[in-house]
Design a protein. Sequence first.
Length: 228
Amino acid sequence: MDERQGTLLSHLIEEYVETIEPVGSKLLAEKYEMSVSPATIRNDMAVLEEEGYLSQPHISAGRVPTERAYRYWITHGEAKPVERKERSMYERVWHEDGEAASFKAIARALSEVSENAVVVAFSPEDFYYTGLSALFAQPEFEEQGYAVSLAKVIDHLDQILGRLVKEMSEHQTLLGSDNPFGDACGFVGTSYSRKAKQKGCIGILGPLRMHYPRNIARIRLISELINS
């Protein structure tokens, strides 16, 4: 993949994440002011499809990113710093009365801003989650099969979080085939150690079509707050 194709792929992913609609060459050329013609963009999209970064739902439709594309975006996507207003909100709610209350307040704030679910594991046996209604409201889960699969995952959330607490490293992103929450989901989380070196984890759980750079920046900030 050359630099132009990498830029094209990043723009296409960003557009799809926002609209969940297949993205065409004309839209990319006009909206992102790319200095090449729609025909050149179509050729690049065909190359990216051959390499497994894009798929085409219908012959006449635009392209959508694959799991491989999201992995590329995580590694090469432009960092999205957390805005000052959002940062101040996290700093404020982190000082709730008591440590458990602070974690829950942070989780609720993260869920509201990201419009996804947030899970906190205080230990392998003690956990908290919020925002499942926001997660199920995502367009992907309007399809019954996706919703049922995710509901089954939620039923075994204690087992999944217990494993994550033991295995998760600092600042880890799990998606698709590597995600214990299911291949239709993405998870951006971090481990932490608090009192008596007790290990826990906190993370954002959303659809595979997640804004990874933005949520990674959020989790990194939360990790700084927890460990400060």
